[in-house]
Design a protein. Structure first.
Length: 95
């Protein structure tokens, strides 16, 4: 299993997690505000996650995964059983 860690051992890479959230949200044709409303956070929080500014709170991961139609494991590892859940190219475009 592939884990994305930052500079410190066992630190998740916020940019990778943000990229996963962004790609899956866009794939579901959902705005940041729509995602935020579904999981009880602000659209500013979603924006921070997607830009890699911070990670979602652990209490948000399960509802987030449910809305994005993926598992918590896929969000934090970047992989499902068969392949990477990330696209090869990525550019954050904001909302």
């Amino acid at each position: 299993m592939l884990y994305f860690f930052g500079k410190e051992e066992n630190d998740l890479d916020a940019e990778i997690v943000g990229r996963i959230i962004y790609e899956h949200r866009k794939g579901l044709k959902m705005t940041q505000k729509e995602l935020a409303n579904k999981i009880g956070v602000t659209d500013k929080a979603v924006s921070k996650w997607e830009r890699g500014g911070e990670l979602p709170d652990i209490n948000i991961l399960e509802p987030l995964a449910e809305v994005l139609k993926m598992s918590v494991t896929e969000i934090i590892t970047g992989k499902n059983k068969e392949k990477s859940v990330l696209n090869d190219t990525y550019e954050y475009e904001g909302e």
